[in-house]
Design a protein. Structure first.
Lengths: 318, 624
């Protein structure tokens, strides 16, 4: 089965200014969203207590809220989690965390026990699915570590591309990465998807993956620049995009296939992860075509920039 | 087609066989088992198997096997009902022979891996807490407290040294992180400084003067000493926590240091965290003290006027004041062994054995004081973290000191005796705590994650389903779109899955739910290498190359691109690994392993297949 018998001949490079303008507008919108509304940070980063319970029959959220209120948990947020019988209860970080003897009302484990009691767990057959408690200090620390991880990933990728290609491409791919990260985070902010450690893992994996795109393209640009000496850089970039287009489409398609499987079958714990990855994969297709090469062209990438000493090695490799 | 190197074919065969072999244990699944270990960590007695067999025969309990496996006795059974019965029967049998305190009986799931596989090091992947259920704690060790305690020791030790050397000091006090000694004149200070520097090289000394201008000497812990104290405190706490965890009867617990001042405790299968937390954090101990029968406790309580040799405490029940002698007859650290038990009236009790020195003291004391009261003092330190207006944590130590019982000394005894007046649970907990030793510094739970068994089971089921469906979708698509070369890619993908599982099993990595997501993602991304190769082959064919030349060119030209594009994902995975928190680390591990194995399978695997299938044929076109 072949969708295209020969490479398409679409003028991507000609559209790059319009595409850049569009990207800037959408990025600004995403940034505005991120700065005003922010991410819906999970307790991994904020600290707090999260209790997931499962009812044998569909639960009434209002009743649950009232029961919790009666037990003194006014600040509890209650929502369905995946199905009408699974309920997620979030409580702010306890004011005091004691270790040791029993009877400490504010202890996180005591909280989960008291929550269950307040809901009448024993009579109604409610089972405890999970309790997460993250102290405020740990939350702040994870937030800091997470930000650091994002920056480290950017920097590492930047260095690698600089080493393998050169700085104009490096900047181009970093621009694409930033673009993808902003779009993905913006989308997560828009749909209020909870941002926890697993989602952060998804975003980081997405960055590594989205960069694949830029590299495959740059590789082809380099090859064409060296082989087709008569054409202009713009023409070559455009040709390269067209040549790698089918590969991009097929690869993204397979990745989207597995992400859909994960999204619909993998359960709630990987929901945010799959959403982040899917958005990232879609945005990455776009950004590898327009942003990474577009920025490289803007920076006036030249044939002489790309005479890598490594190229002759190719003949000895499998 | 050029000559194809033999080593590639061989390496493919060898890697496939090794990968498949070590992935194999994962197919056998698990069965319920009862696991018995000694609390002390010593090896089991040689006739232990007979003892277990006798008990099981007596109660007519069916079992699969009962033998020593990796230093622990495992009784494998078919279903969880029998598992519980066997565990109960064994516990009862041990108690009957007064050995209850010696063994830990825990419920576990034992892999069904056959012996010949196990002998060659085959074992299944470990499942993370989010898949098997259990509780994860992150504990913060209060190092400030450890340092303060060390300083307090100097507050006593240094003046003793000075007195011995006949150097007079006028005052001593603890101020923040230093001990301040004031002297009458600078000469004494200089002499004292020389003496202290000689005996306590670990202290940093500096001179100052107090508000009245008197010469002062400031004693601080040096930075190396602080590090030593910190390390000691964390190590000591690790040992203590390990002891406590061992006595909880949990199969495969994990107690590990993390960073400078944190300890991770993971207890698979544990649901009731309240009790676990009490035991982990408790710093309880017992002291035996004489009751001052001459003093008037009521008066002391109302006026606050306590006789100089006494201390005022209250009873746990009824909150009655009691005056106790300051000096303890026996302290918690002198208790050699404790076991919960019952006294002759059937009341719960703690059976205590003291070490020789304390036993002597107890003997002397009871000889002279038959008919007089002796008190058992329960001491516990709790750490309470409160938050000030700015949300900064302030850690406070709260001391609980209760007289749990005042008993009349019935007769003369030495190192072995019973203490009554406790509840059954208290007797058990106290026995456990006294045996496992005290914490060197208080700990504070800063993170806790509990996963119920139903969620764990759901995660496994959903994760497996996602892997299977994702795998099916991708291989279906590839076969459809690239025909024979698609099948090569499918073979590579299957091999990739086997290699990921195999290598995870070899390093005994922990599989978590994000880890499964990593496997699923790898399945989608791994075919990228083959897509690159196949698209390139199609392109070369279009460019007019002969089929075999196109294939060669396709593999050659795609190689560097594949390597480059995988390295950046690897960078992201390494960063994630460094960020390292349990489940996410699992994702980083599977993703990195998947990237490495996929490069191998996509490049060497499919190439080798293509070589042997198309070798020697005359081709007009390639089925790509």
């Amino acid at each position: 089965m072949r969708f295209l018998s020969r490479p398409p001949n679409i003028d991507w490079v000609g559209q790059r200014k319009r595409a850049l303008a569009l990207s800037i507008v959408v990025s600004l919108a995403c940034l505005t969203l991120l700065f005003t509304r922010g991410l819906n940070l999970g307790i991994d980063f904020t600290g707090g207590v999260l209790v997931e319970v499962s009812y044998p029959v569909p639960a009434q959220l209002d009743t649950v809220r009232q029961e919790l209120k009666a037990a003194g948990y006014e600040e509890a947020t209650v929502q369905f989690f995946g199905s009408a019988s699974d309920v997620l209860i979030r409580l702010p970080a306890p004011k005091s965390e004691a270790v040791g003897s029993a009877g400490e009302k504010q202890q996180s484990s005591a909280i989960s026990a008291r929550v269950l009691q307040a809901l009448g767990a024993r009579d109604k057959g409610i089972t405890l699915r999970r309790v997460d408690f993250v102290g405020p200090a740990v939350g702040a620390e994870l937030k800091q570590k997470g930000t650091l991880a994002l920056l480290a990933a950017f920097f590492g990728i930047f260095l690698y591309i600089m080493f393998r290609f050169e700085w104009k491409f490096s900047l181009g791919s970093i621009a694409a990465l930033t673009h993808d990260a902003i779009m993905t985070l913006g989308y997560l902010s828009l749909v209020r998807e909870e941002f926890d450690l697993t989602v952060l893992a998804g975003v980081l994996a997405m960055l590594g993956y989205s960069n694949n795109e830029s590299i495959v393209l740059f590789d082809r640009v380099r090859e064409n620049l060296l082989n087709l000496r008569k054409r202009s850089v713009e023409e070559i970039v455009n040709l390269s995009i067209n040549q790698t287009l089918m590969r991009s489409v097929v690869t993204h398609f397979t990745v989207l296939l597995v992400l859909l499987a994960l999204h619909y079958l993998g359960g709630k714990s990987v929901h945010g992860f799959s959403v982040a990855m899917m958005v990232g994969v879609i945005v990455a297709t776009y950004s590898s075509i327009y942003i990474s090469s577009g920025v490289a062209i803007l920076l006036h990438v030249k044939r002489e920039d790309l005479l890598p000493p490594k190229l002759e090695e190719i003949d000895h490799l499998p | 087609m050029r000559h194809y190197p033999l080593w590639k074919t061989l390496s493919l065969i060898v890697v496939t066989l090794i990968g498949a072999f070590y992935a194999l244990p994962n197919l056998y699944g698990e069965q319920p088992a009862v696991q018995i270990t000694t609390v002390s960590g010593d090896s089991l007695p040689s006739d232990f198997g007979d003892q277990v067999a006798r008990t099981l025969k007596q109660d007519q309990l069916p079992y699969d096997s009962s033998r020593l496996e990796n230093g622990q006795w495992l009784v494998r059974v078919d279903e969880t009902g029998t598992q519980l019965k066997i565990a109960d029967a064994l516990k009862r049998a041990f108690a009957a022979e007064n050995q209850a305190a010696r063994y830990t009986v825990a419920l576990n799931l034992a892999p069904r891996t056959p012996g010949w596989l196990r002998a060659l090091g085959g074992r299944p992947m470990a499942l993370g807490l989010d898949l098997r259920g259990g509780v994860h704690f992150l504990l913060q060790v209060d190092l400030d407290d450890a340092q303060r305690n060390a300083l307090k020791r100097y507050l006593n030790d240094v003046p003793t040294l000075l007195r011995k050397k006949d150097l007079h000091y006028r005052g001593r006090r603890l101020a923040g992180d230093q001990v301040l000694l004031s002297f009458g004149n600078p000469q004494t200070r200089a002499a004292a400084r020389a003496a202290i520097a000689g005996d306590y090289p670990e202290l940093a000394l500096s001179e100052a003067s107090d508000a009245d201008g008197a010469p002062q000497l400031s004693l601080k812990l040096s930075s190396t000493e602080i590090k030593r104290i910190d390390d000691n405190a964390v190590e000591q706490n690790l040992i203590t926590l390990r002891n406590r965890v061992n006595q909880l009867g949990v199969a495969e617990p994990l107690v590990q240091r993390q960073g400078t001042d944190r300890i991770v405790v993971e207890l698979p299968g544990v649901q009731d965290t309240t009790r676990v937390k009490e035991l982990l954090g408790a710093t309880a101990t017992l002291e035996y003290r004489a009751v001052d029968t001459d003093g008037n406790p009521q008066l002391a309580a109302s006026t606050g006027d306590v006789p100089p040799d006494d201390e005022l405490f209250y009873t746990r029940q009824g909150h009655q004041p009691v005056l106790l002698k300051r000096e303890a007859i026996a302290a918690g650290s002198e208790i050699v062994n404790v076991a919960p038990g019952f006294d002759q009236n059937g009341q719960p009790s703690v059976n205590v054995r003291l070490d020789a020195a304390a036993g002597q003291r107890m003997l002397h004391f009871t000889e002279r004081n038959v008919g007089k009261p002796m008190a058992v003092l329960y001491k516990e330190t709790q750490v309470v973290t409160n938050y000030n207006a700015r949300g900064e944590p302030i850690r406070e130590r709260k001391k609980i000191e209760d007289v749990i019982n005042v008993a009349t000394i019935q007769g003369v005894f030495g190192s072995q005796f019973q203490t009554t007046g406790v509840t059954n649970k208290e007797a058990h907990d106290l026995a456990l705590l006294l045996k496992s030793g005290a914490l060197a510094a208080p700990i504070d739970i800063v993170e806790e994650r509990t996963v119920g068994p139903s969620l764990g089971a759901d995660n496994i089921r959903q994760g497996t389903l996602a892997v299977i469906v994702a795998f099916g979708l991708v291989i279906g698509f590839m076969a459809l779109y690239y025909r024979v070369f698609g099948l090569f890619a499918d073979f590579a993908l299957l091999l990739n899955l086997v290699l990921i599982v195999g290598s995870l099993s070899i390093v005994h990595a922990t599989l978590t739910m994000p880890g499964i997501a990593g496997i699923v993602l790898t399945l989608g991304m791994a075919v990228d290498a083959n897509v690159l190769i196949n698209e390139r082959i199609r392109e070369e064919l279009r460019g007019g190359k002969t089929p075999l030349a196109a294939m060669d060119a396709g593999y050659e030209r795609a190689f560097l691109t594949i390597a480059d594009s995988n390295v950046t994902t690897l960078i992201a995975a390494i960063v994630l690994f460094a960020l390292g928190s349990g489940p996410v680390k699992g994702f980083a591990v599977t993703l990195s392993l998947g990237i490495l194995t996929s490069m191998f399978t996509a490049i060497v695997g499919t190439r080798t297949l293509a070589h042997y299938i198309f070798r020697g044929r005359k081709l007009k076109d390639l089925p790509v």
